[in-house]
Structure formats: structure tokens, C-alpha cells
Unconditional design. Structure first.
Length: 278
């Protein structure tokens, strides 16, 4: 019961910070999600801190990750010319070249983990800010519904009701090797409630675009599940329970954003497809 209360309190404040930052304005969202990005990047590289084979250079990896993220955000807000986008490619290759001077074992694996970690965190957190800025730039109404808010609501609905349905009805394991507690019954229950929430979002928003949000749910549901399973695979391979402890009762930043991070690229593709090709 104490853990449930702790999870509920942490969850309430986490939801308030995430949704509140987006609904206030794009600048607040940028600050908040930039902080989440940095914390998540630190968390990811710290996962390998005591690894027997890998040796990850934490400070240089963070520096390159933050620099790449900063360039993208600065370009988005018009603080840097689009030309600076070309700096990212040399930076990516420089990350790999660091192993020439470190003289560590398994340099290829070390470089691969660093590069993957940067891409894994930079892409989704940049896309959150990108979508938020785009929404505020094309919507002048005070009643508009930011698409990123809908994304978070659908992911959280899927996660919450998959858990609740699984606890009540779950019998058939979904992917026992990776996540023993997930069941097909929970997955189906989470999907049905997510579709319901998608319909309600579409029906109640300014444009009443129910088709857009129902298709969004169909895209988000499998992506969220796979994102969660991937992070479970990562943690299981490293023999850890949570990616961190910054969110009491919930674990770390990666634990809370894993499904959203995986769903975002697919959701953004659908947003632009819907805007320009439909």
C-alpha cells in the first residue's frame, strides 16, 4: 500500500509537469524536456557504469549528446542557421574516433553504445519539442489541443489499462522471456481503452478529428508496447530492475519515457503524412 501511495503521488506530479509544461507554452516545454533529456542521457550511460566488458566515457558522451541536441533545438527556434545542421555529422564521427585515444578493450562496442544512446535519447526528445513548437506556430486558438498531449495520454492509457486488465484477467503471457508480467489479455484491454480515449480526444477537440486520433492510437499502441519491451530487454541484459531512481516508485526517466520514445518517430511520421498527403 505504501508503494502504491508513493507511485500515485509521484505519478501525479510527473503528469502535471509533463502536460503542464506543454500547455503553458513551447518555451516552458523546451526547458522541461531538455532537462528530462539530459537526465535520461546520464541515466542511459550510467547503466553501463559497472559493466564487465564495456567502458563508456560518461563526460565526453554527455558532451556530444547535449551538443547535438542543443544544435537541433537552436535551429528549431531560429537561433542558429540551418547550415549548422551539417555540424552534426562530424560530431557523430568524432564520437567514434574518441576510442583511438582511450585505449580501452572493445572499442567498437563502446562506440556503438555511445552512438546508440545519443540517437535513442536525442531523436524522441527533440521530436517532443519539435511537435510542440509546430503546434503553437500553426494554432492561434487558446483552446487548441497539442498533439504531443494526445500522444502522452494515449501512451499512458495503454500502459495503465494494460496493467489493470492484466492484473484482473491476465493468463496468457505476451513475451515471457523479456517481461514475465505482461499478458495478451492485458495488452488487448489496454488497446481497447486506448482506442476509446482516442475517440474521445478526437470528438472533444476543436477540429473533431476522430479519424486522425483513432489512426494515431492504432500506430501508438504497438509502438508503445515494443518500446516498453525493448527497455525491459535492455535492463534484463544488464541485470537491473529500474533504469534509475529519480522518480520514487516509478524508477528512472527511461522507465517513464520508454514507450513514448519509441512511439514518437512513428507518430510524427503520421502527423506529417496527415498534414501534407491527405
Amino acid at each position: 500500500m505504501n508503494n502504491l501511495v508513493l507511485r500515485s503521488i509521484t505519478g501525479f506530479f510527473f503528469v502535471a509537469v509533463v502536460l503542464g509544461s506543454i500547455l503553458i507554452n513551447e518555451f516552458t516545454a523546451t526547458v522541461v524536456f531538455s532537462i528530462f533529456f539530459v537526465l535520461g542521457l546520464i541515466e542511459f550511460f550510467q547503466l553501463f557504469k559497472n559493466h564487465k566488458i564495456l567502458s563508456i566515457p560518461l563526460k565526453s558522451s554527455l558532451t556530444f549528446g547535449i551538443l547535438i541536441f542543443g544544435i537541433l533545438v537552436a535551429i528549431l527556434f531560429g537561433q542558429l542557421h540551418l547550415f549548422f545542421l551539417m555540424f552534426i555529422l562530424p560530431l557523430v564521427f568524432t564520437v567514434a574516433l574518441l576510442e583511438l585515444w582511450r585505449k580501452k578493450e572493445n572499442p567498437i562496442l563502446n562506440s556503438a553504445i555511445v552512438l546508440f544512446g545519443i540517437v535513442y535519447l536525442v531523436v524522441p526528445f527533440y521530436l517532443i519539442i519539435h511537435l510542440t513548437v509546430m503546434d503553437y506556430s500553426i494554432n492561434s486558438s487558446e483552446l487548441f489541443f497539442p498533439k504531443v498531449v494526445g500522444l502522452f495520454l494515449l501512451v499512458w492509457t495503454n500502459d495503465t489499462f494494460a496493467y489493470l486488465t492484466g492484473r484482473l484477467l491476465g493468463k496468457t503471457k505476451l513475451f515471457e522471456r523479456i517481461s514475465p508480467n505482461k499478458t495478451w489479455e492485458g495488452t488487448i484491454g489496454g488497446a481497447l481503452f486506448t482506442l476509446l480515449v482516442a475517440f474521445l480526444i478526437g470528438y472533444s477537440t476543436e477540429n473533431m478529428d476522430t479519424v486522425f486520433w483513432l489512426v494515431s492510437a492504432i500506430i501508438i499502441i504497438p509502438c508503445a508496447i515494443l518500446g516498453d519491451l525493448f527497455e525491459s530487454l535492455l535492463k534484463r541484459s544488464l541485470n537491473i530492475k529500474d533504469s534509475g531512481n529519480i522518480l520514487p516508485g516509478h524508477g528512472g526517466i527511461l522507465d517513464r519515457f520508454d514507450a513514448v520514445m519509441f512511439a514518437l518517430p512513428f507518430f510524427v511520421f503520421w502527423v506529417y503524412f496527415n498534414m501534407y498527403l491527405l
